[in-house]
Design a protein around this ligand. Structure first.
Ligand SMILES: [Zn+2]
Length: 233
């Protein structure tokens, strides 16, 4: 009998996400996807309260964005890495939505919340077909819910797959990211303050290329927000 119960439990765990995506502890009925204990311990950067923060500095001298911030620090084997892994490789788009919602709450009342349109960084069509989804879309959807700001996942397209950048020099890297994106619906962007979203920022070169494309549309302003960034510690 106990074995049967165990089988039922195992089966229901497959059907319903009863465990926290960060710590794997069982969730109670009031918790969704990430337990309240983990939510209280998000390794937040508070960069949205800090002018000239480390993420913003990545864009200095490259592209004139208004501001930039990340939600959490990415530490090896840490919470952000586990959650991003679920989102990116396991199809757990709910994780992106929860993180987007939570980050959106933090941004309320800041100049990031003044953005009029949220734009997730697009994947190249081939990559999106392989993965089945763009992990940034769910983040943008979550932020859109908290900030009550519309999001548009189709105004910009990635026209080339990003080549490996690890062995390239700084100049070649710069050339490589040029014309990576195309604004296919400039009329939806024109005159707007756009909040550009990515899951993780490292060198900032992909965001830089996308911001560059957006800023070629007349009278646009671009702010950048990502869920995770490397920890300086
Ligand atoms: Zn947890």
């Amino acid at each position: 009998m106990e074995r049967v119960r165990q089988h039922i439990r195992d089966f229901s765990h497959l059907v319903f996400p009863f465990n926290c995506y960060s710590c794997s502890q069982a969730l109670d009925e009031t918790e969704a996807h990430i337990c309240s204990n983990c939510r209280e311990r998000f390794p937040v950067t508070k960069y949205w309260e800090q002018k000239e923060n480390t993420v913003e500095k990545l864009f200095w001298g490259k592209v004139p964005i208004k501001q930039a911030a990340s939600f959490m620090f990415f530490i090896k084997d840490g919470m952000a890495q586990r959650l991003m892994h679920h989102l990116k490789y396991n199809g757990k788009t709910k994780v992106g939505e929860v993180l987007g919602q939570t980050f959106g709450q933090k941004l309320k009342g800041t100049s990031f919340a003044e953005a009029e349109l949220i734009v997730p960084i697009p994947l190249h069509i081939t990559r999106q077909k392989t993965r089945g989804y763009n992990q940034c879309d769910s983040i943008a959807a979550g932020m859109s819910q908290s900030l009550k700001t519309p999001y548009d996942a189709n105004a910009v397209e990635r026209i080339r797959a990003n080549e490996s950048q690890t062995k390239k020099g700084r100049y070649e890297r710069h050339i490589n990211v040029q014309e990576l994106f195309k604004v296919v619906h400039p009329e939806r962007i024109e005159g707007k303050h756009v909040l550009l979203i990515d899951d993780v920022v490292t060198t900032g070169s992909t965001l830089e290329a996308c911001a560059d494309a957006l800023l070629q549309v007349p009278n646009t302003t671009v702010s950048v927000a990502t869920i995770a960034c490397p920890s300086p510690y």
